[in-house]
Design a protein around this ligand. Structure first.
Ligand SMILES: Cc1ncc(COP(=O)(O)O)c(C=O)c1O
Length: 461
C-alpha cells in the first residue's frame, strides 16, 4: 500500500470510513440524543469546539483507572487522556484523596497555601529552573511567558515555530496549522492568523520560523536586529503528530537567541511530565529561560505552572511584571499537583510506562510490516502516534504531507474496538497513563492490526 492513492484506493478508504462511522453511531444512541439536546443551550452542543468531532461527539459518564465509559455504557481503554492531561489515569486514589481532603478544608482563598511551596520546590528540582508561579491553563501560562519576555527585553516581536500550538491567546494564534496556501513560501513562512478575531496588528508581531532549522531563526534575528523579545516553541512538537528536535538543535537555538539578547521559552504544556519526570528540558539537558507546564501536571485538575531563571523571575518578584490571577495557586489545584508529583509521577511509574511504550511501538510496527502499510510509529515517553508517511517528519511542511484519511479510519477502528484515542486525525497522540496495563496496550495493537488488515485487503482487491 502506498500513500499515493489511486482514485480506486481513495474510494475504498472512504467506504471503510463510512462503514465504521455507521457502527460508531449505532453503538451510541444516547450520545446522539444528548448531542442534539445539548445544542439548545450549549453553543455547538459542546463545551469546547475541539469536542465537535466526526461522526458525533462522544458523551462520557465516568472514568476509573485506565478506562472510561460513555453514556451508552460502552467501555474504552482511554488513550485519549483528556488531550494529554490524564497521565494519572482516572480517579487515581492519591489524587482523589488529596482533592477530597482539601475540599473539606476549603477550595479557594486567593492566598498562598503551604502546598504551593512544596510543588514549586519539586518542579525546581525536576526541571532545573529555580522559581515558579502558577496559573490555570496552558493558555494562561504561555501568555504570561510571552508577556514576561516582552517586559524584560522591552521588545515587541516574538518568534514562534510553524505548526506549534501554545493556546488560544492572540500572540500565539499564528501559523498553528496553516494550509499550504496560507503558510507562505517555505524559506519565508507567513504569519497566518489561526483563527478569526485575531487583529492583524498583533499577528504581525509574531514571526514564524521552521522547526529544526536554525537558519530560519538566524535570518529573523538578523532582519529584526535588537527587536525580538524571545522565542517560544514546543521542544518536541506535539500538535503535529510527534516531531523531535534533531541532535544539538535546542542547545544551538538557546545560544543563538542569547547572542541576540532574546529569551527562550520551552512550552512543555503537552510534553512536561508525559515524556519523563523533568520533561524534554531534562532529557535534552538544555535550560531555557522559561518553561510552561499544564495538562498532566494537576492529575486531571486545572492547573498550570511557569518556571523561570533567577533573572527572569526576579523581574516578577521586583514588580517589573505583575503576574496575577484570582485562581493562581488555588488550594485544590495545589493539593492535587502535590499528590501528582509525590505519589503518581514516580520513578517506578515511569518504568512501567516505558515497558508499555515499547510494547505498543513494537506491536504496531509489526502490524505495519505484516500488512505493508506506508507508516511508522513515533513515541516520546507516555505519548505516541502512528504517522502515515514513509519517512521521519522533521518540520510542519513535512507534516502537511502526511495523509489524514488513514488516521481517521484508524481512529474509528480503535473506537469501535473499545480504545479511545484522541480525535483530530494526524494531529494528536495517545497517552499511556500510570494505570494502564499490558492488556490495554494489547487491545490497542489488536485493533490496529484489524484496521491494517482491512486497509490492505480492501484496497488491494
Ligand atoms: C503545547 C501546548 N501549549 C499550550 C496549550 C494550551 O493549553 P490549554 O488548552 O490548557 O489552554 C496546549 C493545548 O493543547 C498545548 O498543546
Amino acid at each position: 500500500m502506498s500513500t499515493d492513492m489511486s482514485a480506486d484506493t481513495d474510494a475504498k478508504l472512504k467506504e471503510i470510513i463510512a462503514e465504521q462511522e455507521e457502527i460508531f453511531v449505532r453503538r451510541q444512541p444516547k450520545s446522539q440524543r444528548l448531542a442534539e439536546q445539548a445544542k439548545q443551550h450549549l453553543a455547538g452542543g459542546v463545551t469546547s469546539s475541539w469536542q465537535i468531532t466526526a461522526p458525533q461527539p462522544v458523551w462520557l459518564s465516568r472514568g476509573l483507572g485506565s478506562k472510561v465509559w460513555d453514556v451508552d455504557g460502552n467501555e474504552y481503554v482511554d488513550l485519549h487522556g483528556g488531550y494529554g492531561a490524564a497521565l494519572a489515569g482516572h480517579a487515581h486514589p492519591a489524587i482523589a484523596q488529596a482533592i477530597s481532603e482539601q475540599a473539606k478544608n476549603g477550595t479557594h482563598f486567593a492566598q498562598p497555601t503551604p502546598d504551593a511551596v512544596a510543588v514549586a520546590a519539586e518542579l525546581a528540582e525536576r526541571f532545573g529552573l529555580p522559581q515558579w508561579r502558577f496559573a490555570n491553563s496552558g493558555t494562561e501560562a504561555t501568555m504570561d511567558a510571552i508577556h514576561l519576555m516582552r517586559s524584560i527585553t522591552g521588545r515587541d516581536l516574538i518568534i514562534k515555530i510553524e505548526g506549534c500550538y501554545h493556546g488560544h491567546h492572540d500572540s500565539v494564534q499564528v501559523s498553528v496549522a496553516p494550509d499550504e496556501e496560507d503558510a507562505g513560501p517555505q524559506e519565508k513562512p507567513s504569519s497566518a492568523p489561526a483563527s478569526s478575531g485575531i487583529p492583524r496588528a498583533i499577528t504581525d508581531l509574531t514571526l514564524i520560523a521552521t522547526f529544526n532549522d536554525l537558519d530560519s531563526v538566524a535570518r529573523l534575528l538578523e532582519e529584526h536586529e535588537n527587536e525580538i523579545a524571545g522565542m517560544i516553541l514546543e521542544p518536541v512538537m506535539m500538535n503535529a503528530g510527534i516531531i523531535k528536535p534533531q541532535p544539538g538543535y535546542l542547545a544551538q537555538l538557546k545560544d543563538l537567541l542569547r547572542e541576540n539578547g532574546a529569551l527562550l521559552t520551552f512550552d512543555e504544556v503537552k510534553t512536561g511530565l508525559t515524556v519523563g519526570p523533568g520533561g524534554v528540558t531534562r532529557q535534552e539537558n538544555v535550560q531555557p529561560d522559561l518553561i510552561t507546564l499544564a495538562k498532566s501536571l494537576g492529575g486531571g485538575v486545572a492547573v498550570a505552572a511557569i518556571g523561570g531563571t533567577a533573572e527572569v523571575m526576579g523581574h516578577v518578584a521586583e514588580g517589573g511584571y505583575e503576574m496575577v490571577g484570582t485562581f493562581n495557586g488555588n488550594p485544590l489545584a495545589m493539593a492535587a499537583t502535590r499528590a501528582m508529583l509525590a505519589e503518581v509521577a514516580t520513578p517506578e511509574a515511569y518504568r512501567g510506562i516505558e515497558k508499555l511504550r515499547q510494547r505498543a511501538a513494537a506491536g504496531i510496527e509489526e502490524a505495519i510490516k505484516t500488512n505493508g502499510l506506508t507508516a511508522h510509529v513515533v513515541t516520546a515517553g507516555a505519548k505516541g502516534c502512528v504517522v502515515f508517511a514513509p519517512d521521519t517528519v522533521t518540520n510542519y511542511r513535512g507534516f502537511l504531507g502526511v495523509d489524514d484519511r488513514y488516521s481517521h479510519a484508524h481512529w474509528l477502528y480503535q473506537h469501535n474496538g473499545g480504545v479511545f484515542l484522541p480525535p483530530w486525525g494526524k494531529i494528536e497522540q495517545w497517552l499511556i497513563s500510570v494505570q494502564h496495563n499490558e492488556a490495554d496496550i494489547d487491545r490497542l495493537i489488536a485493533n490496529f492490526a484489524e484496521f491494517a488488515q482491512a486497509v490492505r485487503t480492501r484496497t488491494e482487491g
